[in-house]
Design a protein around this ligand. Sequence first.
Ligand code: GAL
Length: 445
Amino acid sequence: MTVDLRQKLGGRASRRHLLKGSAAVGAGTLAAGRLAGLAAAQDATPAASAATGQLEVFSWWTSPGEAPALQALFDAYSALYPDVEVVNAAVAGGAGVNARAVLATRLQGNQPPDSWQVHVGRELIDNYVVPGYCEPITDLYESEGLLEAMPQTLIDQASQDGEQYSVPVGVHRGNGFWYNRQVMEENGITVGETMSIEQFLAAAETLQAAGIVPLSLATKDTFAAAQTFENTLLAVAGPEKYDQLFKGEADWDDADVRTAAETYGQMLAFVNEDHPALTWDQATAMVIEGNAGFNSMGDWAYGEVVARDAVENTGWVSHPGTNGSFVLVVDSFTLPVGAPNPENARNWLRVLGSREAQEAFNPLKGSIPARTDINREIFSPYHQWSIDSFANDALVPSCAHGQASSPAFQQAFYDALLGFVDDQDVDTLVLNLQDAAALDAEMAS
Ligand code: GAL
């Protein structure tokens, strides 16, 4: 077996759901009629529009590409619940670094919003479910048919002890590599369907000689330093070892880890000097505006491309050497314990799980829908490519985006990689990662 996360089986219903379905069929037409009536009632705008009060939604979607995508979700909600005031409580900062700190303070002070953005996997479970900040929404998964509509992998990562705790709205591919088509053409660089590390390094030499920043990087958003390394690690170590490392099943003092660090060091020789002053979307904008050749970034970068009307001139491949793998970064929303407006929050989650909302949001955000029963035709060539990659490639979780490891390891990973960008000391990096993994193992035991 390659990576166990490959069990992504689109549309596989859980046993529980199958049982429920067959019971309904067994009860005959009366039950079927009642189910149809219920569905109609859920769709009926008059009942829905009676809702009033507020809905406070907490996220970190504030960049030029993220904000309109979030607005599309608000619009989908407001179309059904026009009398509810939607309060956008977004806190700026890529990958939620700042938002999570603010949220932690609010949760500790018993002041949750009505719903907050969270990555499924360890971030959801360790940070919020285990400490008791989230209500289970298993009934909502059942009533909305989400157990059938979403791949088992996503459901599993949103679940703990058989209960679901968040609704995934989109699936980002973390190992994107974006380039400016005109810049490549002007410099005689042909980018094929895939790119190896060697091919990137050769292209980078050419761009540097022409006075163009080969690779844009932004380390003001601390996640970007960690993300570029995890992608490079995936390229060198492959999905199986990558997975083992983050699960604590392989030692960080490994030849592949060292090679990945050295390779990352080679790539860092080609980045913009002002990277500590830039946010991730500014680094992506450098490619869009022709001030850099490439940017390694999850496909929220595609949201920036859409927002800046640069689809035609922007190309993409997998981060060098990672073709055949899909780094999972799945955004979802929760139902807090003690939500000020729990009914509005539940309706918000119903909307997020719907095909309509996912079809409105994901084209703007760059992610693909979490539902598999969407209309593929409305999506861009990039999205089609990512949908195919999700269906066929090895799926591995992102550590930079909280899915692969404990929050403590994620923080140590950020710190270690920020340090590495400065000193490029492979031994120190390996030691720091080993220490973090040892601490993690100790905490878990
Ligand atoms: C990720 C998140 C994306 C995008 C990105 C940059 O963690 O999943 O939706 O917002 O951060 O902020």
